[in-house]
Design a protein around this ligand. Structure first.
Ligand code: KIV
Ligand code: NA
Length: 264
């Protein structure tokens, strides 16, 4: 089968179909999600935390994310792979954004990129799209701006909601094919979703968006603390802890390996 494209994403909105997105950072995990039929995988700059152990997304670099993106592309055959442009790799100018996006597409095989922000990144979105790079927007809680926002908090309450809606319309007009809405009131996400011809992808944005995204380590219960908007579908941390302790016990006791695991 062929890869999911931006045309498939547009068609889903026309048909009123909801769809899932998850993050991925390595080939084997990406393959599980791809075979499960997840149409879009995001190599998020959340890798800063869940792969590299930083406490925000700010430190992660293009060179950190390129090999993860390449691994996810190699591990999949059907999903569209979206690469997050990290902090500092696109804000300076549209030209900088295009150079960075081109690296993700040429060196890693990404099919689209995501960048954070509203009006200030419109020139970037316009140049990328006119150059042949599908762009996913990201509004609301934009973690690369945590130091300006003053923490990880709900965005777009009151007056700020109207501004967010205007920014979403500007991103659509500039050619974005979808927009992530992170940590915004459900009512605002519903209003934005109804006002746009392109899909909204919610995370902490309630049930009314066209799509939903979660960081896979959150939904699988690998991360130690999950925000309120996460539903934990599995206890991966607990299961892994039990399994590695069982291995350790059996090594110490001599119960592993047995004849079944040995060569002669
Ligand atoms: O980096 C990331 O994982 C993201 C998603 C949460 C949308 O940007
Ligand atoms: Na991100």
């Amino acid at each position: 089968g062929r890869r999911v494209t931006v045309r498939d994403i547009a068609a889903a909105k026309e048909r009123g179909e909801r769809w899932p997105m998850v993050t991925a950072y390595d080939a084997l995990t990406a393959r599980i999600f791809d075979e499960a039929g997840i149409p879009v995988l995001l190599v998020g700059d959340s890798a800063a935390m869940v792969v590299y152990g930083y406490d925000s997304t700010l430190p992660v670099t293009v060179d950190d994310l390129l090999p993860l993106t390449a691994a996810v592309v190699r591990g999949t055959s059907r999903a569209m792979i979206v690469a997050d442009l990290p902090f500092g790799s696109y804000q300076a100018s549209p030209q900088q954004a295009l150079e960075t996006a081109a690296r993700f597409m040429k060196e890693a095989g990404a099919h689209a990129v995501k960048l954070e922000g509203g009006h200030r990144v419109i020139p970037q979105v316009e140049l990328l799209v006119s150059s042949g790079v599908p762009v996913m927007g990201h509004l609301g809680l934009t973690p690369q701006s945590v130091n300006v926002l003053g923490g990880y908090r709900v965005q777009g309450r009151g007056q700020a909601g109207d501004e967010l809606l205007m920014a979403a319309k500007a991103l659509e007009h500039a050619g974005a094919f979808a927009i992530v809405l992170e940590c915004v009131p459900s009512e605002l996400a519903q209003r934005v979703t109804a006002s746009l011809g392109i899909p909204t992808i919610g995370i902490g944005a309630g049930p009314h968006t066209d799509a939903q995204v979660l960081v896979w380590q959150d939904l699988m219960g690998l991360t130690p603390h999950q925000p309120k908007f996460v539903k934990k579908y599995f206890d991966l941390a607990g299961e892994m802890s039990r399994a590695v302790r069982a291995f350790a016990d059996e090594v110490v006791s001599g119960a592993f390996p047995t004849e079944a695991h040995s060569y002669h």
